[in-house]
Ligand binder design. Sequence first.
Ligand code: GUN
Ligand code: ZN
Length: 431
Amino acid sequence: MGGKSLLMGQTLLCTANPFGAAPRDAFVHNRNGAVLIENGIIAAVGNSSELLHKHRNANVHNHSGCLLLPGFIDPHVHYPQTAVIASWGERLLEWLSLHTFPEEMKFCEQDYASKIAELYFDIALKNGTTTACSFCTVHPESVEAFFRSAKNRGLRAAAGKVCMDRNAPSGLLDDARRGYEESRHLLKRWHGRGRLSYVITPRFAVTSSRGQLEALGDLWREFPDCLMQTHIAEQPEEIAEVARLFPESLDYLDVYDSCGLLGSRGLYGHAIHLSTRERDRLKEFGAALIHCPTSNAFIGSGLFDLRQRMREGQKLGLATDTAGGSSFSMLRTMASAYEIGQLNGSAIHPGQLIWLATEGNARVLGMERQIGSLRVGNEADILVLDLLSTEAIAQRAGRADDIWEELFPTIMMGDDRAVKSVWVSGNKVVG
Ligand code: GUN
Ligand code: ZN
């Protein structure tokens, strides 16, 4: 970390929310830009020639033509599902029973959990993701493995023990008291330790009793600066099951709301099939809806209307949902969001997609003062994106008239080959 590093390349600085301002006016593009890193922090952003002149003692990394971006942030992922990504042919509840739960059972073993956590972070970093907010499994060992690996790598990361006390194999069940106690213990152990944050994590209403949800609501009241993550309204069959399990509730959101699990630091995965009442209530609290487009397409869940939700003023994130999601890549996730936007009748601008994957997701996690933008003073988690990474991409980008046309082929067709290098807290970890 010691010393200064100067990364030279194109920069794209966001000056306004591109869903409010016209996307083209929300960024300042510099073809000859540079970012100075000092002590793990972004110390300056400007013209490469000026910064080079001013900081002659810096280690220079010339990525001329590449795009320097904040590292991608993935606000909804299941790292324990890494090994079952791309499992064929089921809908949500069957997919959980057939593929997910048997794999998650293995995380009672600390060694297995550590092996998959390392594998997950290796793959995520190669794809340019420098911060993930992950569901773990019911086993505290799975949380230990995730946080230990993140800590050793210097990553900013968030995660929590999944709590579930019914409707799953017995090896994956805790109970209301144990879910609360183990969560509280892990929270005290990891929350706020270095760059790590604990996230209170009821899996979803199908696998928790009211007693368990209420206990976790109590825990959130005790530690209100924690995030809380769960799933909501992903598939019609799931919604029907929640209505059957909680006949006294108005709707799906009301289950969480009545247990103290609705708040501005709440992250609600999928949120596709919500009623107007539920959407109004989520907005009233400033809770975040997390769009998981590859997952929603892969499991056949439905078309989340991002543009419409943005117009309503909802707080929105964009995530892989690995491994209901079929990719680890935020590039592929942006491409999928674009395609689903088109199916909904609106084209999401590349600047809006990049903003969602960086600053928008940082805001969703309440981490915008640390990560998500190339703002001076932020932590130096930086991605160097090669805009010519394959022949197919290069031939299209080569005839672009502006940065958006140059970048869009990488969003639509790019993969880990486009990720030239990745910096975490000012240290190069990929490339
Ligand atoms: N709902 C409850 N658990 C899960 C999960 O692991 N993946 C997805 N996509 N939806 C869920
Ligand atoms: Zn999920």
